[in-house]
Design a protein around this ligand. Structure first.
Ligand code: PEP
Ligand code: MG
Length: 901
């Protein structure tokens, strides 16, 4: 007869590489045992045994232990008995065990642990004697019956709870700990009666029967609804199976030479290299968690039990070195002997993650590459933004939840119009600007606000884009609130927030709170570890990291963050400023070319000043300036509001016969006519981008003149300038040709006038699928491409970027119709495929073509990975995402190396 398969591994028979077979917990316990650490004796039943129990999921198969399993469990138990000197079911010196599930991937909440297995009426007495504490023994027993009844036999927890509550009530006590031995004895009796009533048989006193049932229950839990749902959601295969760990119980409550605790090998909140944790003398693990007694700092262990502390310190250091990461440890001291119960990589804050990675690389424990891979890009973000003080946040009332459009946390006065926000902001008050949605006319208020909250709009809405650029927290598309800009208030359910009331928003989570939450401000220059980590990342990454910046102030900040160029300067934001808008409006409404030119002549020096500022701030680096892009109506008053105003004026003017009113009416009527003539059903697909330049060439000609005059002036002053002129929204090569030929002629004219030449490029954005598909034609003209993936996503999916997120996109993501919001993370299969075609065709015609990305995706780590794969030259992102992009670009390069191996 063939020897049966090996289903059971004693801890010393396994190792860390056997996660598939032994699960994560089993592999960890094996690894610690083999490292010579004090782990309570035990063994692991393999995941294969679990699969065999299900007969490998054959439909209709009977579930049973595979041949040989139970015999192997029995002999493993004998080994444990020998090792511990205790007997399973022995009333004199009872061996008790815990039974724990442990799949390859941690599946929290799938199956609780059963502790104290092996207790019955006889062994209970042994435990009482050994601990010298009858109350403790009965308490352990009643917990065991409830745990076993609930977890193994599926009895409703609340039925046990009711018995406990009744017992406390009848004795007039509040806490479990106040129940005396007599009470606990009574509860045990009632629990057993409940068990019999529910299951139809006595509570099993035979420890082996308990063990057999508990193992079966862990196997059974693998295919329970909770676990199946969890795996479906996490995309974990159902045929991995779970392992079962049987571990000797050790007790930390056997007197003052016993105790239990948890500790991290480094401070998980700051990253400092000190043992960090707490412990309780003469207590069990549950007591620490339940918060019944206040634990002592781990350092106190050095005083209470010096030898144990010394050993624990060594164990902690060894485990950290072994796993090459900060460890989260659980331990118990039983009568002066240290036992390790768990080790795993510890969770940590963003600040700690960065410090630990950098310190470990400096200590030589990990490489610099590993340090770069250890830090989550989101952690970098967290460090650069104001964040809520956690304690303060716990006390705040949640008002609503919207889209987490721009990360960071902010607290301030709710203000409903940009003028007041600007005024109060300048008075150094903290302001949260609340709008139904924002428009470019709100920018002055946004600039002075600490955060933005909008009822409508998605991740590429105006509010979100500008907020990210400014590094401001923003919650957008918060449809659960109603913003009444007229009344200066917002409502959420039956709550009302009025102008000047304090609110707090988290752009990282999308949460909106009532009242003030304390915030902690960021300071990049002081983040020495982050600066070190990013300098390592810079040596690894292949992608350049540029910034989207419209103002010299943002350009300067971007450079401080490490930007190597400006990938997008949106010139229209300059047009929107309060002192310029009236000239821009008159220019748009001009009836003749000559009139229009006169206003453009007024704008020219202003724009030149803008460009001097930004080119100077970026001296030595490329600056891509995009020519005017948005539909012209965005610079004009809102049609509906104007209509209301004109109607009112008509009524008033006919009644009052006031010449001033009549003059005002005719002025407004004129404006209404113009605005009406420019209205479009789909403005985002209408007269915008290069279409504007083609139909109204004077505007772009003025802009190019301003760029080159600025560049020439600076060059003459000795500033190293590299302007690149970007023509937006090209779909057909002839559009680019039309604009580029004329504009390059203007550029040359300016340089001739100024008597100096500057290094420059002309190129285009790729925002329309047709442009990507005909890249071989477009590259004949363009010296550079920049993927405008906001528009490219909109035009590829046919989703309106202004409407989709508020209307259906978030639901699409929730319902898994789409794997992610394509306006936040590049859609590889569609948009990504177009980008690939575009890159390949473009490079065939112009091998040295400079290709980058400036859509919002340029700051998204997953999208940055795709950009790396496509071999782009750079990613350009909002100022405050530059550090994140530096790290993500390095990680993409390292992951590529791994893949190519
Ligand atoms: C884009 O479309 O990706 C882009 C950067 O341009 P905008 O968002 O200004 O349309
Ligand atoms: Mg665009």
């Amino acid at each position: 007869m063939a020897t049966p398969k090996k289903w059971v591994y004693l801890f010393h028979e396994g190792n860390a590489q056997m996660r598939d077979l032994l699960g994560g917990k089993g592999a960890g316990l094996s690894e610690m045992t083999n490292a010579g650490l004090p782990v309570p004796p035990g063994f692991t039943i393999t995941t294969e045994a679990c699969n065999a129990y299900y007969d490998n999921y054959r439909p209709g198969a009977e579930k049973r232990f595979p041949p040989g399993l139970w015999d192997q469990v029995l002999s493993a138990m004998q080994w444990v008995e020998k090792k511990t000197g205790k007997g399973f079911g022995d009333p004199q010196n009872p061996l008790l065990v815990s039974v724990r599930s442990g799949a390859k991937f941690s599946m929290p909440g799938m199956m609780d642990t059963v502790l104290n297995l092996g207790l019955n009426e006889e062994t209970l007495q042994g435990l009482a004697r050994l601990t010298g504490n009858e109350r403790f023994a009965y308490d352990a027993y009643r917990r065991f019956i409830a745990m076993f009844g609930r977890i193994v036999m599926g009895i409703e927890a609340k039925k046990f709870d009711e018995i406990l509550e009744r017992a406390k009530e009848s004795r007039g006590v509040k806490l479990d700990t106040e129940l005396d031995t007599a009470a606990l004895k009574e509860i045990v009796a009632q629990y057993k009666a409940l068990y019999k009533e529910e299951i139809g048989s006595e509570f099993p006193g035979d420890p082996y029967e308990q063990l057999r049932l508990a193992i079966g229950a862990v196997f059974g839990s693998w295919m329970g609804k909770r676990a199946v749902d969890y795996r479906n959601a996490q995309k974990i295969a159902h045929d991995l199976g779970t392992a079962v760990n049987i571990v000797t119980m050790v007790f930390g409550n056997m007197g003052d030479d016993s105790g239990t605790g948890v500790a991290f090998t480094r401070n998980p909140s700051t990253g400092e290299k000190v043992l960090y944790g707490e412990y309780l003398q003469n207590a069990q693990g549950e007591d620490v968690v339940a918060g019944i007694r206040t634990p002592k700092k781990i350092a106190q262990l050095a005083q209470d039990m010096p030898a144990v502390y010394e050993q624990f310190q060594q164990v902690a250091a060894m485990l950290e070195k072994h796993y090459r990461d900060m460890q989260d440890l659980e331990f118990t001291v039983e009568r002066g002997k240290l036992w390790m119960l768990q080790t795993r990589s510890g969770k940590r804050t963003a600040a700690a993650a960065i410090k630990i990675a950098v310190d470990m690389a400096k200590e030589g424990l990990i490489t610099r590459e590993e340090a770069v891979l250890r830090v989550e890009p989101a952690d970098v973000n967290k460090l650069l933004l104001p964040r809520f003080d956690e304690e303060s946040k716990k006390k705040a009332q949640l008002l609503a939840k919207g889209l987490n459009a721009s990360p960071g946390d902010a607290t301030g006065l709710a203000i409903f119009d940009p003028d007041t926000a600007e005024r109060l902001g300048k008075e150094k008050k903290s302001v949260i600007l609340v709008r139904a949605e924002t428009s470019p006319e709100d920018v002055h208020g946004m600039l002075q606000a600490k955060g933005i909250l909008t009822q409508r709009g998605g991740a590429t809405s105006h509010a979100a884009v500008v907020a990210r650029m400014l590094g401001l927290p923003c919650v957008a598309g918060c449809e659960a609130i109603r913003v009444d800009e007229e009344q200066h208030l917002l409502t959420a359910g039956n709550l009302t927030v009025r102008e000047g009331d304090e609110i707090s928003i988290s752009g990282s989570t999308g949460e909106v709170f009532l009242g003030r939450i304390q915030t902690i401000p960021p300071e990049f220059e002081k983040e020495a570890d982050l600066i070190t980590l990013l300098s390592w990342a810079d040596k690894i990454r292949k992608l350049g990291v540029w910034a989207n910046a419209d103002y010299p102030r943002d350009a300067v900040q971007s450079r401080k963050f490490g930007a190597e160029g400006i990938g997008l300067c949106r010139t229209e934001h300059m047009f929107m400023e309060v002192d310029r808008l009236p000239i821009v409006q008159k220019m748009i409404l001009s009836k003749t070319d000559a009139e229009r030119q006169s206003y453009l002549d007024q704008l020219l020096p202003i724009q030149r000043g803008d460009f001097i500022g930004i080119l100077k701030a970026m001296a030595g680096l490329p600056v891509i300036i995009r020519l005017i892009d948005p539909p012209l109506h965005e610079f004009l008053p809102n049609y509906e509001e104007l209509l209301v105003e004109v109607t009112g004026l008509r009524v008033a003017a006919s009644a009052a016969k006031d010449p001033e009113l009549t003059r005002l009416l005719s002025e407004k009527e004129e404006m209404l006519k113009a605005v009406s003539s420019m209205r479009e059903a789909n403005p985002m697909l209408g007269l915008r981008g290069c279409r504007l330049g083609i139909t109204m060439p004077q505007i772009t000609t003025m802009q190019v003149r301003a760029i080159f005059e600025a560049a020439c002036i600076l060059k003459k002053e000795g500033v190293d300038v590299h302007p690149e002129v970007m023509i937006p929204l090209v779909g057909h090569v002839n559009e680019l040709k039309n604009q580029q030929v004329a504009l390059e002629a203007e550029a040359k004219k300016v340089m001739a006038e100024q008597g100096v030449t500057v290094d420059y490029k002309f190129g285009t954005m790729i925002e329309i699928p047709r442009a990507a598909l005909t890249s071989d034609q477009i590259a004949e003209y363009a010296q550079f491409y920049s993927f405008g993936t906001n528009d490219l996503t909109q035009t590829t999916f046919g989703y309106s970027r202004d409407d989709a997120e508020g209307k259906f996109l978030l639901k699409y993501v929730e319902d898994k119709i789409l794997p992610a919001n394509p306006f936040q993370t590049l859609d590889r299969d569609g948009v990504g495929a177009l980008m690939r075609i575009c890159v390949e065709k473009g490079r065939k015609v112009r091998p040295d073509i400079e290709i980058g990305i400036c859509g919002e995706h340029g700051g998204d780590p997953a999208s940055i990975q795709l950009c790396h794969e496509l071999g782009l030259k750079y990613v350009s992102c909002s100022t405050y995402r530059v550090p994140v992009a530096r790290l993500a670009a390095a990680q993409a390069a390292l992951q590529q190396v791994e893949k190519d191996k």
